[in-house]
Design a protein. Structure first.
Lengths: 282, 283
């Protein structure tokens, strides 16, 4: 009578302790026993959904392998790959000079496009105008040929590789950007601009093109006169594009190598397209 | 002669009603929004299949299982620790003792710590230092740390609400302290424990920031507590913020999450009531 509720709880607790003690964590096996074991990927939240889908296909073909994809951002991918916390890091930009100690493998490409709300009559912005808007030298759409309304500048949070690529292309020091709204992910940027007729932002072309063709009231502005489209990223004419990379600390071996090769093969091209990215030219 | 309600009274009644209505309205709006967008997606396949195409298609079966395991680990660890600590500071440590004050202070500080800090701590301590890696166990233990202060504080309030007469009567009858605790005080304090559990569980099941760094992002069906598993809230976050075209399934997952919360809340209230009545105390 006494312990009708608590006894089962304690038994459950004890059982889970026994179970957890008897089963040590499986570390990634990179031994001679190839194509067995577990591979851990961490890093860019842009690459993570793509890598997870590739991993699923790979697991389906290799029943002894488990691939765990974790999210967290490009910087984390670099740090984890360096420290050996992850077998492979995911980074959605080119590596910086001080990161060249890592091995890089490009699995896909992505472009960044400037987006505005559909209600905004603006058809194009020059690079200079974009720089001035983001550094608050221009703060009304009237100054760039639009309606008389203040500009809402949507910027990415510090540490996001989209921000780094944007700043690098337009040669803006990120410290000088005066943002009205700071966002984290692409979808958040799309939702912000889609809901505000006076907002301007920048997002991954894949997500942007998907949203624009699926009833979100945004449009993608051309950069340097070249239309922002997946096609133009594929043929290399679009000026702001970034590679989606897998990185490793040392030359990949065994399972690590096999998976990276798989992620760069023809077999995954459909998956890459399904995630609105551009397959890396082979 | 008819009594006429004075004008100021009418006004204040109207204001109070309006305030209450707007609070309820906000909740109803939120619920109906989730229900409206999610209902058409939720069906048996959605609950029993694995996600595919980054979660845009397929279901959420592994995610429901992971969530249940994470919350299970959290509860199995936090209930004994939480109730035990609450008993110590409410019943055994004198109210003004240094120990009691110190524990209470640290609990209040802990309760206010943002969940992302727990996430980073969990990642550093459970995943790396203890070598558990990204696993359901790491996630559950991190959540337990997060839930403990809430659970302990409200359990302690539950004990404080029990009149001292109970303790004196038991002592006068020569009942041992342990028996008094188990048969009398704990059942009497049960409403407090239940409130703590509800708040804690609500916080645990809805947690995103603390889990993305500990239990992780893997949407495969977990095989043991050492596997990484994606929780419902992390799944919703990822679909809504990271996956183009994931919105419909994000709403559907949100609907499932909200339904679970309602079910669990009712279950806990019912269990607490049963426990109270199964003991000598029927109030």
């Amino acid at each position: 009578m006494k312990s009708r509720i608590f006894t089962p709880l304690f038994i459950g607790f004890a059982a889970s302790l026994v179970q957890s003690c008897s089963k040590p964590p499986e570390a990634a096996t990179k031994s001679a026993d190839q194509l067995q074991g577990k591979l851990v990927l961490t890093g860019s939240s842009t690459v993570a959904p793509l890598a997870a889908e590739i991993a699923k296909l790979y697991e389906a073909e290799h029943s002894g392998v488990r691939i765990d994809v974790q999210s967290g951002g490009s910087s984390r991918g670099i740090a984890d790959a360096r420290q050996g916390v992850a077998d492979v890091g995911m980074v959605s930009r080119s590596l910086k000079d001080n990161e060249k100690d890592l091995q890089t493998f490009t699995i896909a490409k992505d472009g960044i496009s400037i987006i505005v709300n559909n209600a905004n009559p603006i058809k194009r912005l020059t690079d200079k105008q974009i720089v001035d808007i983001y550094t608050d030298k221009i703060n009304n759409w009237k100054q760039v040929g639009g309606i008389d309304a203040p500009i809402t500048v949507v910027n990415k949070a510090e540490g996001r590789s989209t921000l780094e690529l944007f700043a690098e292309h337009f040669k803006i020091d990120t410290k000088n950007i005066k943002a009205d709204v700071v966002i984290g992910d692409n979808e958040q940027g799309i939702k912000t601009v889609g809901g505000n007729p006076n907002a301007v932002g920048y997002v991954s072309i894949g997500s942007g093109e998907y949203a624009a063709t699926h009833q979100t009231p945004i449009k993608l502005l051309p950069v340097e006169g070249i239309a922002a489209s997946i096609t133009n990223v594929t043929n290399g004419t679009f000026p702001i594009s970034r590679p989606l990379n897998l990185v490793t600390k040392t030359t990949p071996t065994g399972l690590q190598k096999d998976f990276i090769d798989f992620a760069r093969s023809q077999q995954v091209q459909d998956i890459v397209k399904e995630q609105y990215f551009v397959p890396a030219a082979q | 002669m008819k009594y006429k309600t004075p004008y100021p009274e009418l006004l204040s009644t109207a204001i109070i009603w309006a305030i209450a209505a707007s609070v309820t309205g906000a909740l109803l709006w939120l619920l109906s929004d989730v229900f409206w967008h999610g209902m058409s997606q939720v069906n048996w396949e959605f609950l029993t299949q694995s996600p595919s195409n980054a979660g845009r298609e397929g279901g959420i079966a592994p995610i429901i299982v992971s969530t249940a395991l994470i919350v299970g680990v959290c509860l199995v660890v936090s209930i004994p620790l939480g109730v035990g600590t609450a008993v110590l500071i409410a019943e055994f440590a004198a109210n003004k003792s240094i120990l009691g004050r110190l524990v209470r202070l640290s609990l209040d500080v802990l309760a206010g710590v943002p969940s992302i800090v727990f996430g980073l701590f969990g990642n550093a301590f459970f995943c790396k230092t203890l070598g558990m890696g990204f696993s359901i166990l790491s996630g559950g233990l991190t959540l337990a740390c997060m839930v403990l202060p809430i659970l302990i504080r409200s359990t302690q309030e539950g004990f404080r609400a029990v009149p001292d007469d109970y303790r004196r009567s038991a002592a006068a009858l020569g009942v041992s302290r342990i028996a008094t605790l188990w048969e009398l005080l704990l059942p009497a304090a049960m409403p407090g424990v239940a409130v703590g559990l509800l708040l804690g569980l609500g916080r645990a099941i809805a947690e995103t920031a603390a889990l993305i760094f500990t239990s992780g992002y893997v949407d495969r069906m977990p095989e043991s507590l050492w596997d990484s598993g994606r929780s419902l809230s992390v799944h919703i976050y990822d679909l809504a913020m990271n996956v183009s075209g994931g919105e419909a399934n994000a709403y559907a997952s949100a609907l499932v999450l909200v339904s679970f919360l309602v079910l669990i809340n009712s279950a806990i209230s019912w269990l607490a009531q049963r426990f109270r009545q199964s003991k000598i105390l029927v109030v």
